[in-house]
Design a protein around this ligand. Sequence first.
Ligand code: MF3
Ligand code: CO
Length: 265
Amino acid sequence: MPVTIKSAREIELMRAAGKILGKVHQDLGKALKPGMTTLEIDRIGEEMIRSFGCIPSFKNYNGYPASVCVSVNDEVVHGIPTAKRTIQEGDIVSLDIGVIYKGYHSDAARTHGIGEISENAKQLIQRTRECFFAGIQYAVAGNHLHQMSAAINDYADKFGYGVVRDLVGHGIGSHLHEDPEIPNFRKLTRGIRLRPGMTLAVEPMINEGTAHVDWLDDDWTVVTRDGKLSAHYENTILITNGRPEILSITEDEIAEGIWIPEEKA
Ligand code: MF3
Ligand code: CO
């Protein structure tokens, strides 16, 4: 499938989808409390998505049964919400959410600490987020896709982290998953040339220990092979001639200072 270039109208819809998704992440992140079940998190998340007039992208996607992927501690991604699992003080919880607004998807993930978490866990979460920002420095029209992949890989390597290779980011638009695939690791090829109007979901999945992962018997949940922690950070971005526009980030996150938008640069 060719990589699509979005029209002005499509970009407007993806901006709207991203804005809603940013808000859902912000609100759901704040709602996390020790003792909640992962199913409750999904129910609250789905309610929020629908309250904004959106449809959850993940629900029934290839048979995935929920709206929010909830992945705890050594779970990397695609954890299935269940009434049997409660989150506890000290856990790290990755929430991956997709929304559809008027036919257009936005996809983003955040990892949260529950109450007091270990210093290692805090660093992993923070540095996984930084991997994303290290990568998107290269997400400029005219550059090649795998420059971004290499930058993510290099940043994670500084800390001896394992970069997950079995799952990748992706193009996004009227479909949740479009071309191109976006690896978070160095490639021998340079990848496609980036053009204005491409919309991409960039999503480093970073492990405290080994990069190797396994799938649980539910055929969804991806876990680290060594049982160590994993974090995930994802946004939907728009390629421009300057700095990319991060469609699924909130004003509050920008105010934290990790990203200077083009208009303020
Ligand atoms: N962000 C993930 C991805 O891009 C979420 C997909 S979960 C699924 O693959 F259930 F929809 F598959
Ligand atoms: Co994604």
